[in-house]
Design a protein around this ligand. Structure first.
Ligand code: GLA
Length: 672
């Protein structure tokens, strides 16, 4: 059966294989008992790129031990590109570890890592050179390289796809599989051909995991795009053969902690490999808490090995379901929209038997509740709630009733979140509680705690003595930041206190991070020099007065649109949105827009297209239409009279996001 699948796949992608599979080859085929759960560990690429050295690998192994990450399941410490010298050893033809960055050699490093109960991974490409082109690839050197890795004590190989000379993927990846097998050492084999040849259709016989997508970068847009591509491939994953939507960005700074929690939750739901991609030497407690969440890790690592599937998705409300070995169900509620949303799934939709109540564990709150069968939650913008639902627990009644608890700040305009709260300007905060338990919620009372000096006035009732199953309490508050509040971030916390029949004192909290924005100065100024209220970008951060460059901060070049250079402006990458606060005092914005010349030099007309828009509050006031990399800059002028906010938007176009580096050049804002 496996052999037939392999041959079908070979002929599908045009590999030069005509003979039938011999018994010897059949013995090479996977599965082989490795990677029965998705691999967990570390890979340096997202944190350091080529700037890797043996100190980082040793430090990571030590931190795995000292922080408990090893006990949480992280096992592989993996080295990515740039670890070897450019030339092979002239006598043996073997790789030579980079003399400055890996002076002790890989074998010594493997010993170090093994001594700590961990495993070592390495990287190369199924091509003549690796992707960074700083070292040779393994194409046509498969046997010597696999043997070298085995001799060194390597336990994991990531095998990339760069510089492959156009040779068929299946042939190249199978050759390395066989070379690894021949060494006799168990080595987890990670196929990294970016999903180009539909590896989910043939990968199970070749490797233990396969990338389904291009590279991740540390942005919301990138994470979302990989999620969209990987989620539908659920049927192709299972023990020993996993879809790999690329490594984690948790902790790298381009997303909020809430977004990183979503990234981690979604990867776990999709039974993705959990490879930490941040430098743990600088990790914050929040980062360690996310990566170390054992209840979420248990969902990823569940031995049943089913990749969670998407039950439904509408208006950015994602409901994903992952069956677990003990009969529980992991339910992931992810909100990709810009405002708090309340949604979930019923026991019937999850295929659960009809029960009086279910025991539900909240995997981020680390609390257990009883639920009458409607597993919903108020999920903040870009946030995720994960439940583990148990239909068989007769002792459900011991737990407090589950509640939906929402703190919602209505968005004043499309694209302007309610969390941006100008000084002195009152706004409304709505707090909602719904009893989702079978037992009653007693003496429910909500409170709002803003920063010191901020005014809070309840606009009605803030409590109810009794909420039966499905009943709700809504409280509205008027919140006013002081007129003198300096531009900064401020916390707003809502608390629910209640009781149940068995629990006299219960509470829940929900919080939002508010931003008091800096108003644009009087006179004319350049957007490249102003503080923004909020920015989102498709690749790395929005850059000031340079092009966007790549993912790192401050790596752009001179803003250049079709040969014309500018010394002021903003470098963005689709999908981008940058919001400025005008306080109603500005009259207009004039700006040159276009695709930056910073792009792949190869002539490919589908690369580098975007649509530029200017929004004044909720109204679109300028639109560039489709601009391509061949176009000169286009001047846009927008009337902003009376607007509180201006928002510049770089939209992708139907050809995807590659090289969509949108420049907002010489953006002159006129204010009174
Ligand atoms: C490719 C891979 C990445 C990383 C780099 C290294 O882009 O997809 O994951 O390994 O190469 O150069």
């Amino acid at each position: 059966m496996r052999a037939r699948v392999l041959i079908t796949a070979l002929s599908l992608i045009g590999a030069a294989v005509t003979a039938t599979v011999t018994p010897a080859q059949e013995a090479m085929a996977l599965p082989d008992g490795l990677a029965l759960t998705p691999p967990m560990g570390f890979n340096n690429w997202n944190a350091t790129g080529c700037a890797i050295d043996e100190t980082l690998i040793r430090a990571t192994a030590d931190i795995f031990v000292s922080t408990g990450l090893r006990e949480a399941g992280y096992e592989y410490v993996n080295i990515d590109d740039c670890w070897a010298e450019q030339e092979r050893d002239p006598e043996t033809g073997r790789y030579v570890p980079h003399r400055e960055r890996f002076p002790s050699g890989i074998e010594a490093l493997a010993d170090y890592v093994h001594a700590r109960g961990l495993k070592l991974g390495i990287y190369t490409s199924a091509g003549t050179l690796t992707c960074a082109r700083t070292m040779p690839g393994s194409l046509d050197h498969e046997e010597v390289d696999a043997q070298t890795f085995a001799d060194w004590g390597v336990d994991y190989l990531k095998y990339d796809n760069c510089n492959n000379e156009g040779r068929p993927a299946l042939e190249r990846y199978t050759k390395m599989r066989d070379a690894l097998k021949k060494t006799g050492r168990p080595i987890v084999y990670s196929i990294c051909e970016w999903g180009q040849n539909r590896p989910w259709e043939w990968g199970a016989d070749v490797g233990h995991l396969w990338r389904t997508t291009g590279d991740i970068n540390d942005s919301w847009t990138s994470m979302m795009s990989l999620l969209e591509q990987n989620a539908p491939l659920a049927p192709n994953a299972g023990p020993g053969h996993w879809n790999d939507p690329d490594m984690l960005e948790v902790g790298n700074g381009g997303m909020t902690d809430r977004e990183y929690r979503s990234h981690f939750s979604l990867w776990a739901t999709m039974a993705a490999p959990l490879l930490i991609g941040t430098d743990l030497r600088d990790a914050t407690p929040e980062t360690l808490e996310i990566l170390g969440n054992r209840e979420v890790i248990a969902v990823d690592q569940d031995p049943l090995g089913v990749q969670g599937r998407l039950l439904r998705k509408d208006n950015g409300r994602w409901v994903m379901v992952k069956p677990l070995q003990d009969g529980d169900i992991a339910l992931t509620l992810f909100n990709s929209s810009e405002t708090t949303a309340t949604f979930g799934a019923t026991a019937a939709e999850l295929g659960l038997p009809n029960r009086t109540a279910y025991t539900v564990r909240d995997l981020w709150e680390h609390k257990t509740y009883e639920n009458a069968g409607n597993f919903s939650a108020a999920v903040p913008a870009h946030g995720t709630v994960m439940y583990r639902v148990d239909a068989e627990d007769r002792g459900w009644w011991r737990h407090p009733p589950a509640t939906e608890f929402a703190l919602d700040l209505p968005a004043p305009f499309t694209g302007v979140p309610g969390t941006v709260t100008p000084a002195g300007r009152p706004f409304t905060a709505n707090v909602t509680v719904v009893n989702r338990g079978r037992t009653p919620v007693l003496n429910g009372r909500v409170k709002l705690a803003p920063a010191a000096g901020w005014r809070v006035e309840p606009l009605g009732n803030t409590g109810k003595p009794l909420l039966r199953t499905g009943e709700s309490l809504t409280a509205a508050f008027r919140v006013t930041p002081p007129a003198t509040a300096p531009p900064d971030g401020y916390a707003l916390d809502a608390t629910l206190s209640y009781a149940s029949l068995l629990h006299p004192r219960l509470n829940r909290t929900a919080g939002e991070d508010l931003a008091v924005p800096t108003p644009a100065p009087a006179g004319t100024s350049n957007l490249g020099d102003l503080a923004w209220a909020k920015a989102a970008n498709g690749l790395g951060p929005v850059e000031r007065n340079t092009s966007v460059g790549s993912a790192p901060t401050g790596d752009g070049r001179t803003l250049t649109i079709n040969g014309r250079t500018y010394d002021k402006g903003l470098g963005t990458h689709a999908e981008a949105s940058v919001l400025f606060y005008l306080a109603g005092k500005c009259s207009g914005l004039t700006v040159d827009v276009g695709i930056d010349d910073e792009r792949d030099p190869r002539p490919d007309p589908t690369q580098g297209t975007a649509i530029f828009e200017i929004w004044a509050d909720g109204t679109k006031v300028a639109d560039s239409g489709l601009r391509t990399w061949q176009d000169d800059a286009l001047t846009l002028s927008a009337n902003l009279t009376g607007a509180s906010f201006v928002r510049i938007v770089t939209n992708g176009s139907p050809d995807g996001f590659r090289w969509d580096r949108g420049d907002w050049a010489a953006p002159v804002l006129a204010c009174a």
